[in-house]
Design a protein around this ligand. Structure first.
Ligand SMILES: Cc1cc2nc3c(=O)[nH]c(=O)nc-3n(C[C@H](O)[C@H](O)[C@H](O)COP(=O)(O)OP(=O)(O)OC[C@H]3O[C@@H](n4cnc5c(N)ncnc54)[C@H](O)[C@@H]3O)c2cc1C
Length: 484
Protein backbone atom coordinates (compact mmCIF):
# COMPACT_ATOMS: atom_id res chain seq x y z
CA UNK A 1 0.00 0.00 0.00
CA UNK A 2 1.33 3.45 -0.78
CA UNK A 3 0.97 6.62 1.27
CA UNK A 4 -0.78 9.70 -0.10
CA UNK A 5 1.34 12.73 -1.04
CA UNK A 6 -1.37 15.20 -0.12
CA UNK A 7 -1.12 15.28 3.66
CA UNK A 8 0.32 18.58 4.92
CA UNK A 9 3.23 16.85 6.68
CA UNK A 10 4.37 14.91 3.60
CA UNK A 11 8.06 14.11 3.71
CA UNK A 12 10.45 14.90 0.88
CA UNK A 13 13.12 12.84 -0.79
CA UNK A 14 16.55 14.39 -1.05
CA UNK A 15 18.18 12.70 -4.00
CA UNK A 16 21.97 13.16 -3.91
CA UNK A 17 23.71 12.91 -7.28
CA UNK A 18 26.91 14.91 -7.95
CA UNK A 19 26.33 17.18 -4.97
CA UNK A 20 27.73 15.16 -2.09
CA UNK A 21 27.79 17.96 0.49
CA UNK A 22 25.67 19.56 3.19
CA UNK A 23 26.80 23.17 2.83
CA UNK A 24 25.48 25.36 0.03
CA UNK A 25 23.12 22.63 -1.06
CA UNK A 26 19.88 24.21 -2.28
CA UNK A 27 18.18 20.82 -2.70
CA UNK A 28 19.00 19.90 0.90
CA UNK A 29 17.88 23.30 2.08
CA UNK A 30 14.49 22.91 0.37
CA UNK A 31 14.02 19.30 1.45
CA UNK A 32 14.94 19.97 5.07
CA UNK A 33 11.95 22.22 5.67
CA UNK A 34 10.04 19.07 6.70
CA UNK A 35 10.81 15.39 7.12
CA UNK A 36 13.45 14.21 4.67
CA UNK A 37 14.73 10.93 3.31
CA UNK A 38 18.23 11.29 1.80
CA UNK A 39 19.00 8.75 -0.92
CA UNK A 40 21.74 7.92 -3.42
CA UNK A 41 21.06 5.66 -6.41
CA UNK A 42 23.85 4.00 -8.39
CA UNK A 43 22.24 3.91 -11.81
CA UNK A 44 24.76 2.48 -14.27
CA UNK A 45 22.11 1.40 -16.70
CA UNK A 46 20.78 4.89 -17.42
CA UNK A 47 24.30 6.30 -17.71
CA UNK A 48 25.30 3.60 -20.22
CA UNK A 49 28.85 4.17 -21.46
CA UNK A 50 29.09 7.22 -19.19
CA UNK A 51 28.56 5.22 -16.01
CA UNK A 52 31.09 6.32 -13.38
CA UNK A 53 34.55 5.02 -14.36
CA UNK A 54 36.79 2.85 -12.21
CA UNK A 55 38.78 5.67 -10.54
CA UNK A 56 35.60 7.68 -10.03
CA UNK A 57 34.07 4.70 -8.25
CA UNK A 58 36.93 4.67 -5.77
CA UNK A 59 36.23 8.33 -5.06
CA UNK A 60 32.47 7.81 -4.90
CA UNK A 61 32.83 5.03 -2.32
CA UNK A 62 34.79 7.24 0.06
CA UNK A 63 32.67 10.30 -0.60
CA UNK A 64 29.42 8.43 0.13
CA UNK A 65 30.96 7.11 3.33
CA UNK A 66 31.83 10.65 4.44
CA UNK A 67 28.39 11.93 3.43
CA UNK A 68 26.56 9.18 5.33
CA UNK A 69 28.57 9.98 8.47
CA UNK A 70 27.85 13.70 8.13
CA UNK A 71 24.14 12.98 7.70
CA UNK A 72 24.17 10.72 10.75
CA UNK A 73 25.59 13.58 12.78
CA UNK A 74 22.54 15.64 11.72
CA UNK A 75 20.22 12.87 12.94
CA UNK A 76 19.54 11.28 9.58
CA UNK A 77 21.00 8.54 7.39
CA UNK A 78 21.65 7.84 3.71
CA UNK A 79 19.63 5.22 1.88
CA UNK A 80 21.73 3.51 -0.79
CA UNK A 81 20.08 1.90 -3.78
CA UNK A 82 21.33 0.33 -6.99
CA UNK A 83 19.27 0.08 -10.17
CA UNK A 84 17.17 2.23 -12.45
CA UNK A 85 16.38 5.52 -10.74
CA UNK A 86 13.53 5.94 -13.18
CA UNK A 87 11.76 3.08 -11.37
CA UNK A 88 13.29 3.37 -7.91
CA UNK A 89 12.70 7.07 -7.20
CA UNK A 90 8.95 7.16 -8.05
CA UNK A 91 8.53 3.86 -6.17
CA UNK A 92 10.27 5.26 -3.10
CA UNK A 93 8.18 8.44 -3.28
CA UNK A 94 5.03 6.31 -3.31
CA UNK A 95 6.21 4.15 -0.43
CA UNK A 96 6.94 7.03 1.93
CA UNK A 97 4.21 9.34 0.62
CA UNK A 98 6.66 12.03 -0.45
CA UNK A 99 5.18 15.09 -2.09
CA UNK A 100 8.46 16.19 -3.63
CA UNK A 101 11.85 14.90 -4.70
CA UNK A 102 14.64 17.48 -4.49
CA UNK A 103 17.88 17.14 -6.44
CA UNK A 104 20.56 19.27 -8.07
CA UNK A 105 20.42 19.86 -11.82
CA UNK A 106 22.75 17.71 -13.93
CA UNK A 107 24.02 18.68 -17.37
CA UNK A 108 24.74 15.17 -18.72
CA UNK A 109 22.27 14.44 -21.54
CA UNK A 110 21.45 10.95 -20.25
CA UNK A 111 20.64 12.40 -16.81
CA UNK A 112 18.44 15.12 -18.26
CA UNK A 113 16.44 12.55 -20.21
CA UNK A 114 16.08 10.43 -17.09
CA UNK A 115 15.00 13.45 -15.00
CA UNK A 116 12.32 14.32 -17.55
CA UNK A 117 10.94 10.77 -17.35
CA UNK A 118 11.03 10.78 -13.54
CA UNK A 119 9.31 14.17 -13.36
CA UNK A 120 6.55 12.77 -15.54
CA UNK A 121 6.16 9.61 -13.47
CA UNK A 122 6.03 11.60 -10.24
CA UNK A 123 3.58 14.06 -11.68
CA UNK A 124 1.21 11.24 -12.59
CA UNK A 125 1.02 10.43 -8.86
CA UNK A 126 0.53 14.07 -7.84
CA UNK A 127 4.18 14.51 -6.79
CA UNK A 128 6.93 16.66 -8.18
CA UNK A 129 10.63 16.62 -9.02
CA UNK A 130 12.29 19.89 -7.99
CA UNK A 131 15.68 20.51 -9.55
CA UNK A 132 17.97 23.08 -7.93
CA UNK A 133 20.73 24.72 -9.87
CA UNK A 134 24.12 24.78 -8.18
CA UNK A 135 26.26 26.21 -10.98
CA UNK A 136 27.64 29.74 -10.92
CA UNK A 137 25.28 30.71 -13.71
CA UNK A 138 22.38 28.75 -15.11
CA UNK A 139 23.01 27.71 -18.74
CA UNK A 140 20.00 29.69 -19.97
CA UNK A 141 20.99 32.88 -18.12
CA UNK A 142 24.27 33.83 -19.78
CA UNK A 143 23.45 34.22 -23.47
CA UNK A 144 24.64 36.51 -26.24
CA UNK A 145 22.91 39.76 -27.24
CA UNK A 146 20.98 37.65 -29.80
CA UNK A 147 19.76 35.33 -27.04
CA UNK A 148 22.02 32.48 -28.25
CA UNK A 149 24.41 30.37 -26.15
CA UNK A 150 28.02 31.54 -26.23
CA UNK A 151 30.43 29.44 -28.25
CA UNK A 152 33.54 31.52 -27.45
CA UNK A 153 35.03 31.54 -23.97
CA UNK A 154 36.24 35.15 -23.62
CA UNK A 155 32.88 36.91 -24.08
CA UNK A 156 31.25 34.20 -21.96
CA UNK A 157 33.73 34.82 -19.13
CA UNK A 158 33.27 38.57 -19.47
CA UNK A 159 29.49 38.14 -19.20
CA UNK A 160 29.88 35.94 -16.08
CA UNK A 161 32.28 38.41 -14.45
CA UNK A 162 29.85 41.24 -15.25
CA UNK A 163 27.15 39.51 -13.20
CA UNK A 164 29.31 40.11 -10.12
CA UNK A 165 29.68 37.71 -7.24
CA UNK A 166 27.20 34.81 -7.09
CA UNK A 167 24.75 34.59 -4.14
CA UNK A 168 26.47 33.70 -0.87
CA UNK A 169 26.60 29.98 0.03
CA UNK A 170 23.72 28.52 2.06
CA UNK A 171 24.81 27.18 5.48
CA UNK A 172 24.30 23.48 6.23
CA UNK A 173 21.22 22.69 8.31
CA UNK A 174 21.86 21.99 12.01
CA UNK A 175 19.50 19.02 12.12
CA UNK A 176 17.59 16.84 9.73
CA UNK A 177 14.22 15.42 10.60
CA UNK A 178 14.67 11.96 9.12
CA UNK A 179 12.12 9.50 7.77
CA UNK A 180 12.41 5.81 8.46
CA UNK A 181 13.76 4.30 5.27
CA UNK A 182 11.76 1.47 3.75
CA UNK A 183 13.53 -1.84 3.36
CA UNK A 184 15.55 -2.45 0.20
CA UNK A 185 18.56 -0.28 0.96
CA UNK A 186 21.99 -1.86 0.51
CA UNK A 187 25.29 -1.31 2.25
CA UNK A 188 28.12 0.74 0.83
CA UNK A 189 30.16 -2.42 0.40
CA UNK A 190 27.31 -3.96 -1.59
CA UNK A 191 27.57 -1.12 -4.08
CA UNK A 192 30.93 -2.75 -4.93
CA UNK A 193 32.64 0.45 -5.98
CA UNK A 194 36.19 -0.43 -4.95
CA UNK A 195 38.62 -2.59 -6.97
CA UNK A 196 37.89 -6.24 -6.19
CA UNK A 197 40.19 -9.18 -5.97
CA UNK A 198 41.67 -10.78 -8.04
CA UNK A 199 42.00 -7.34 -9.64
CA UNK A 200 45.21 -5.68 -8.41
CA UNK A 201 44.53 -2.75 -6.09
CA UNK A 202 45.45 -0.08 -8.62
CA UNK A 203 43.90 2.56 -6.33
CA UNK A 204 46.34 1.85 -3.50
CA UNK A 205 48.20 5.14 -4.07
CA UNK A 206 45.10 7.34 -4.32
CA UNK A 207 44.66 7.87 -0.59
CA UNK A 208 48.21 9.27 -0.33
CA UNK A 209 46.92 12.35 -2.16
CA UNK A 210 43.18 12.52 -1.68
CA UNK A 211 40.66 12.83 1.09
CA UNK A 212 37.27 12.48 -0.58
CA UNK A 213 34.31 14.14 1.14
CA UNK A 214 33.20 17.59 2.20
CA UNK A 215 35.79 17.97 4.99
CA UNK A 216 38.57 16.97 2.58
CA UNK A 217 37.32 19.54 0.06
CA UNK A 218 37.32 22.26 2.69
CA UNK A 219 40.86 21.37 3.80
CA UNK A 220 42.11 21.28 0.23
CA UNK A 221 40.62 24.71 -0.49
CA UNK A 222 42.17 26.12 2.66
CA UNK A 223 45.59 24.68 1.77
CA UNK A 224 45.37 26.19 -1.67
CA UNK A 225 44.33 29.62 -0.35
CA UNK A 226 47.15 29.61 2.21
CA UNK A 227 49.96 28.15 0.13
CA UNK A 228 49.40 28.54 -3.61
CA UNK A 229 46.73 31.03 -4.70
CA UNK A 230 49.01 34.10 -4.58
CA UNK A 231 51.47 32.37 -6.95
CA UNK A 232 48.79 30.66 -9.05
CA UNK A 233 49.30 32.58 -12.34
CA UNK A 234 52.79 31.03 -12.72
CA UNK A 235 52.57 28.12 -10.28
CA UNK A 236 49.67 26.47 -12.12
CA UNK A 237 51.96 25.81 -15.09
CA UNK A 238 54.61 23.87 -13.17
CA UNK A 239 53.56 20.25 -12.83
CA UNK A 240 56.41 19.46 -10.43
CA UNK A 241 54.96 21.82 -7.81
CA UNK A 242 51.70 22.02 -5.89
CA UNK A 243 50.76 25.16 -7.81
CA UNK A 244 47.13 24.44 -8.70
CA UNK A 245 44.18 23.89 -6.39
CA UNK A 246 43.62 20.16 -6.98
CA UNK A 247 39.95 20.89 -6.31
CA UNK A 248 38.73 19.22 -9.52
CA UNK A 249 37.47 15.94 -8.00
CA UNK A 250 35.89 17.78 -5.08
CA UNK A 251 34.15 20.11 -7.53
CA UNK A 252 33.12 17.29 -9.81
CA UNK A 253 31.54 15.31 -7.00
CA UNK A 254 29.98 18.46 -5.56
CA UNK A 255 31.72 18.14 -2.21
CA UNK A 256 32.23 21.86 -2.54
CA UNK A 257 30.31 24.21 -4.82
CA UNK A 258 31.79 26.64 -7.33
CA UNK A 259 30.02 29.39 -5.36
CA UNK A 260 31.77 28.42 -2.14
CA UNK A 261 35.12 28.41 -3.92
CA UNK A 262 34.35 31.74 -5.56
CA UNK A 263 33.53 33.48 -2.27
CA UNK A 264 36.50 31.98 -0.42
CA UNK A 265 38.83 33.20 -3.17
CA UNK A 266 37.32 36.67 -3.19
CA UNK A 267 37.66 36.89 0.60
CA UNK A 268 41.27 35.68 0.59
CA UNK A 269 44.24 38.03 0.91
CA UNK A 270 45.74 36.96 -2.42
CA UNK A 271 46.38 39.71 -4.99
CA UNK A 272 43.24 40.43 -7.03
CA UNK A 273 45.06 39.50 -10.24
CA UNK A 274 45.86 36.00 -8.91
CA UNK A 275 42.28 35.58 -7.69
CA UNK A 276 40.92 36.62 -11.11
CA UNK A 277 43.25 34.24 -12.96
CA UNK A 278 42.01 31.39 -10.78
CA UNK A 279 38.33 32.34 -11.07
CA UNK A 280 38.71 32.35 -14.85
CA UNK A 281 39.57 28.65 -14.60
CA UNK A 282 36.42 28.09 -12.56
CA UNK A 283 34.61 29.86 -15.40
CA UNK A 284 36.18 27.42 -17.93
CA UNK A 285 34.38 24.73 -15.98
CA UNK A 286 31.09 26.63 -16.28
CA UNK A 287 31.76 27.17 -19.97
CA UNK A 288 32.33 23.44 -20.58
CA UNK A 289 29.13 22.57 -18.74
CA UNK A 290 27.31 25.26 -20.66
CA UNK A 291 28.53 23.86 -23.98
CA UNK A 292 27.46 20.35 -22.92
CA UNK A 293 24.03 21.67 -21.96
CA UNK A 294 23.51 23.27 -25.36
CA UNK A 295 25.29 20.53 -27.36
CA UNK A 296 24.35 17.17 -25.83
CA UNK A 297 26.33 15.37 -28.56
CA UNK A 298 29.61 16.87 -27.25
CA UNK A 299 30.96 13.65 -25.64
CA UNK A 300 30.54 11.60 -28.80
CA UNK A 301 30.83 13.74 -31.93
CA UNK A 302 32.93 16.70 -33.10
CA UNK A 303 31.20 20.04 -32.76
CA UNK A 304 32.79 21.13 -36.04
CA UNK A 305 31.18 18.80 -38.58
CA UNK A 306 34.21 18.77 -40.93
CA UNK A 307 36.10 16.82 -38.24
CA UNK A 308 33.91 13.77 -38.87
CA UNK A 309 36.14 13.48 -42.00
CA UNK A 310 39.42 13.52 -40.05
CA UNK A 311 41.53 10.49 -41.09
CA UNK A 312 42.32 9.05 -37.65
CA UNK A 313 44.17 5.77 -37.74
CA UNK A 314 43.28 3.69 -34.69
CA UNK A 315 46.31 1.73 -33.45
CA UNK A 316 45.77 -0.28 -30.31
CA UNK A 317 49.47 -0.87 -29.73
CA UNK A 318 50.22 2.87 -29.82
CA UNK A 319 47.28 3.49 -27.48
CA UNK A 320 48.60 0.91 -25.02
CA UNK A 321 52.07 2.52 -25.01
CA UNK A 322 50.43 5.88 -24.30
CA UNK A 323 48.17 4.47 -21.56
CA UNK A 324 51.09 2.81 -19.81
CA UNK A 325 53.41 5.80 -20.02
CA UNK A 326 55.81 4.15 -22.48
CA UNK A 327 55.85 6.57 -25.42
CA UNK A 328 59.52 7.51 -24.97
CA UNK A 329 58.61 11.17 -24.33
CA UNK A 330 59.40 11.70 -20.63
CA UNK A 331 56.84 14.46 -19.94
CA UNK A 332 54.09 12.40 -21.59
CA UNK A 333 55.06 9.22 -19.77
CA UNK A 334 55.25 11.06 -16.43
CA UNK A 335 51.73 12.41 -17.00
CA UNK A 336 50.24 9.05 -17.94
CA UNK A 337 51.88 7.38 -14.92
CA UNK A 338 50.71 10.18 -12.60
CA UNK A 339 47.21 9.50 -13.90
CA UNK A 340 47.50 5.78 -13.19
CA UNK A 341 49.08 6.22 -9.79
CA UNK A 342 46.99 9.10 -8.42
CA UNK A 343 43.85 9.22 -10.57
CA UNK A 344 44.69 12.77 -11.59
CA UNK A 345 47.00 14.65 -13.94
CA UNK A 346 48.23 18.21 -14.01
CA UNK A 347 46.35 20.41 -16.51
CA UNK A 348 49.42 21.44 -18.54
CA UNK A 349 50.39 17.78 -18.91
CA UNK A 350 46.82 16.76 -19.83
CA UNK A 351 47.15 19.11 -22.79
CA UNK A 352 50.53 17.67 -23.80
CA UNK A 353 49.52 13.99 -23.56
CA UNK A 354 46.23 14.62 -25.37
CA UNK A 355 48.02 16.50 -28.13
CA UNK A 356 50.49 13.66 -28.68
CA UNK A 357 47.64 11.14 -28.75
CA UNK A 358 45.50 12.99 -31.28
CA UNK A 359 48.17 14.67 -33.41
CA UNK A 360 51.44 12.72 -33.42
CA UNK A 361 49.70 9.37 -33.07
CA UNK A 362 46.50 10.26 -35.03
CA UNK A 363 44.29 8.46 -32.51
CA UNK A 364 40.59 9.37 -32.26
CA UNK A 365 40.06 11.83 -29.42
CA UNK A 366 37.10 9.77 -28.25
CA UNK A 367 39.49 6.90 -27.34
CA UNK A 368 41.63 9.22 -25.21
CA UNK A 369 38.50 10.66 -23.66
CA UNK A 370 37.36 7.14 -22.74
CA UNK A 371 40.71 6.32 -21.08
CA UNK A 372 40.56 9.53 -19.05
CA UNK A 373 36.96 8.74 -18.17
CA UNK A 374 37.97 5.47 -16.59
CA UNK A 375 41.16 6.62 -14.88
CA UNK A 376 40.51 10.16 -13.59
CA UNK A 377 38.96 10.68 -10.16
CA UNK A 378 37.67 14.01 -11.51
CA UNK A 379 36.28 12.53 -14.77
CA UNK A 380 33.54 14.95 -15.68
CA UNK A 381 31.44 14.59 -18.82
CA UNK A 382 31.43 18.31 -19.64
CA UNK A 383 35.06 19.10 -18.80
CA UNK A 384 36.51 15.93 -20.27
CA UNK A 385 34.73 15.97 -23.61
CA UNK A 386 35.05 19.73 -23.98
CA UNK A 387 38.81 19.61 -23.38
CA UNK A 388 39.44 16.63 -25.64
CA UNK A 389 37.61 18.45 -28.42
CA UNK A 390 39.58 21.58 -27.58
CA UNK A 391 42.85 19.71 -28.09
CA UNK A 392 41.58 17.91 -31.19
CA UNK A 393 40.63 21.24 -32.79
CA UNK A 394 37.05 20.08 -33.32
CA UNK A 395 35.34 21.81 -30.40
CA UNK A 396 33.92 25.14 -29.34
CA UNK A 397 36.59 27.84 -29.23
CA UNK A 398 39.16 25.06 -29.74
CA UNK A 399 42.90 25.34 -30.07
CA UNK A 400 43.67 25.34 -33.83
CA UNK A 401 44.72 21.86 -34.94
CA UNK A 402 47.90 23.14 -36.62
CA UNK A 403 49.29 24.24 -33.23
CA UNK A 404 51.15 21.06 -32.39
CA UNK A 405 52.97 20.85 -29.08
CA UNK A 406 56.57 19.73 -29.16
CA UNK A 407 56.67 17.40 -26.11
CA UNK A 408 60.40 18.00 -25.60
CA UNK A 409 60.14 21.78 -25.54
CA UNK A 410 57.00 21.59 -23.38
CA UNK A 411 58.86 19.41 -20.89
CA UNK A 412 61.89 21.68 -20.83
CA UNK A 413 59.77 24.79 -20.40
CA UNK A 414 57.43 23.60 -17.69
CA UNK A 415 59.57 21.02 -15.88
CA UNK A 416 63.06 22.53 -16.36
CA UNK A 417 64.54 20.93 -13.26
CA UNK A 418 62.81 17.66 -13.99
CA UNK A 419 61.11 17.22 -10.59
CA UNK A 420 57.95 15.97 -12.27
CA UNK A 421 59.61 13.53 -14.65
CA UNK A 422 61.94 12.18 -11.96
CA UNK A 423 58.97 11.51 -9.65
CA UNK A 424 56.97 9.50 -12.13
CA UNK A 425 59.65 8.09 -14.45
CA UNK A 426 62.26 6.98 -11.91
CA UNK A 427 64.27 5.02 -14.47
CA UNK A 428 65.40 8.39 -15.90
CA UNK A 429 66.06 10.01 -12.52
CA UNK A 430 69.85 9.92 -12.85
CA UNK A 431 69.95 11.71 -16.20
CA UNK A 432 71.25 15.30 -16.05
CA UNK A 433 68.57 18.02 -16.62
CA UNK A 434 70.06 18.75 -20.03
CA UNK A 435 69.08 15.34 -21.41
CA UNK A 436 66.12 14.47 -19.23
CA UNK A 437 63.46 15.47 -21.73
CA UNK A 438 65.39 14.13 -24.76
CA UNK A 439 67.20 10.97 -23.60
CA UNK A 440 67.68 9.66 -27.16
CA UNK A 441 70.00 12.60 -27.89
CA UNK A 442 72.19 11.98 -24.82
CA UNK A 443 75.74 10.70 -25.46
CA UNK A 444 76.17 6.97 -24.85
CA UNK A 445 78.40 7.62 -21.85
CA UNK A 446 75.82 9.85 -20.16
CA UNK A 447 73.16 7.19 -20.67
CA UNK A 448 75.44 4.50 -19.31
CA UNK A 449 76.27 6.51 -16.20
CA UNK A 450 72.57 7.19 -15.60
CA UNK A 451 71.77 3.47 -15.96
CA UNK A 452 69.56 4.07 -19.01
CA UNK A 453 69.50 1.64 -21.93
CA UNK A 454 67.15 2.97 -24.57
CA UNK A 455 64.77 0.35 -25.90
CA UNK A 456 65.30 -1.68 -22.70
CA UNK A 457 65.02 0.34 -19.49
CA UNK A 458 63.19 3.16 -21.27
CA UNK A 459 61.61 3.24 -24.76
CA UNK A 460 62.82 5.13 -27.83
CA UNK A 461 60.30 7.82 -28.90
CA UNK A 462 57.18 6.21 -30.33
CA UNK A 463 57.37 8.63 -33.25
CA UNK A 464 59.91 11.28 -34.13
CA UNK A 465 58.44 14.74 -33.40
CA UNK A 466 59.06 16.20 -36.86
CA UNK A 467 57.61 13.11 -38.58
CA UNK A 468 54.57 13.06 -36.30
CA UNK A 469 53.99 16.74 -36.83
CA UNK A 470 54.22 16.50 -40.63
CA UNK A 471 51.87 13.49 -40.64
CA UNK A 472 49.34 15.36 -38.49
CA UNK A 473 49.39 18.36 -40.83
CA UNK A 474 48.91 16.05 -43.83
CA UNK A 475 45.91 14.52 -42.09
CA UNK A 476 44.49 17.98 -41.52
CA UNK A 477 44.94 18.84 -45.20
CA UNK A 478 43.26 15.54 -46.17
CA UNK A 479 40.30 16.35 -43.96
CA UNK A 480 39.96 19.80 -45.49
CA UNK A 481 40.09 18.31 -48.98
CA UNK A 482 37.41 15.73 -48.11
CA UNK A 483 35.15 18.25 -46.41
CA UNK A 484 35.50 20.55 -49.43
C1 LIG B 1 42.31 16.48 -22.30
C2 LIG B 1 41.80 17.10 -21.01
C3 LIG B 1 40.83 16.44 -20.27
C4 LIG B 1 40.33 17.01 -19.09
N1 LIG B 1 39.37 16.32 -18.37
C5 LIG B 1 38.88 16.88 -17.24
C6 LIG B 1 37.91 16.19 -16.47
O1 LIG B 1 37.46 15.09 -16.79
N2 LIG B 1 37.48 16.77 -15.31
C7 LIG B 1 37.94 18.01 -14.91
O2 LIG B 1 37.51 18.48 -13.85
N3 LIG B 1 38.82 18.69 -15.64
C8 LIG B 1 39.32 18.17 -16.79
N4 LIG B 1 40.26 18.86 -17.51
C9 LIG B 1 40.57 20.25 -17.14
C10 LIG B 1 41.76 20.46 -16.20
O3 LIG B 1 42.87 19.75 -16.65
C11 LIG B 1 41.45 20.06 -14.75
O4 LIG B 1 40.25 20.63 -14.33
C12 LIG B 1 42.58 20.52 -13.83
O5 LIG B 1 43.79 19.94 -14.21
C13 LIG B 1 42.25 20.14 -12.40
O6 LIG B 1 43.29 20.48 -11.55
P1 LIG B 1 43.09 21.62 -10.47
O7 LIG B 1 41.82 21.40 -9.71
O8 LIG B 1 44.34 21.71 -9.70
O9 LIG B 1 42.92 22.91 -11.41
P2 LIG B 1 43.06 24.45 -11.08
O10 LIG B 1 44.04 25.01 -12.02
O11 LIG B 1 43.25 24.69 -9.65
O12 LIG B 1 41.64 25.03 -11.54
C14 LIG B 1 40.53 25.16 -10.64
C15 LIG B 1 39.32 24.48 -11.22
O13 LIG B 1 38.93 25.09 -12.44
C16 LIG B 1 38.38 24.10 -13.31
N5 LIG B 1 39.22 24.03 -14.53
C17 LIG B 1 40.52 24.31 -14.63
N6 LIG B 1 40.92 24.16 -15.92
C18 LIG B 1 39.84 23.77 -16.62
C19 LIG B 1 39.59 23.46 -17.99
N7 LIG B 1 40.54 23.51 -18.92
N8 LIG B 1 38.35 23.07 -18.35
C20 LIG B 1 37.35 23.00 -17.44
N9 LIG B 1 37.52 23.30 -16.13
C21 LIG B 1 38.74 23.69 -15.73
C22 LIG B 1 38.44 22.77 -12.58
O14 LIG B 1 37.19 22.54 -11.95
C23 LIG B 1 39.53 23.02 -11.55
O15 LIG B 1 39.41 22.22 -10.40
C24 LIG B 1 40.79 18.28 -18.68
C25 LIG B 1 41.77 18.93 -19.44
C26 LIG B 1 42.28 18.35 -20.59
C27 LIG B 1 43.33 19.08 -21.38
Amino acid sequence: MSASPSSSASPAILWFRNDLRLEDNAALHAASEGKTLPVYVLDDEAAGRWAVGAAGRWWLHHSLKALAEALRRLGSGLLLLRGRAETLIPQLAREIGAAAVHAATLAAPWARQRDAAIAKALQAGGRRLELHDSSLVRPDVVVTGQGKPYSVYTPFARAVMKLGDPPPPIPAPRRLDGVKAPTGGISLDDLALLPRRPEPDWAAGFSSLWQPGEAGARDQLQRFLNDALAEYPDGRNRPGEDGSSRLSPHLHWGEISARQVWHAVRESEAPASAADTFLKEIIWREFSHNILWHHPGLPEAPLRPEYTQFPYNRNIEAQRAWQRGRTGYPIVDAGMRQLWRLGWMHNRVRMIVASLFVKHLLQPWQDGEAWFWDTLVDADLGNNSFNWQWVAGSGADASPFFRIFNPVLQGEKFDPKGEYVRTFVPELAQLPDRWLHRPWEAPAEVLREAGVTLGETYPEPIVDHATGRARALEALAAMKARAG
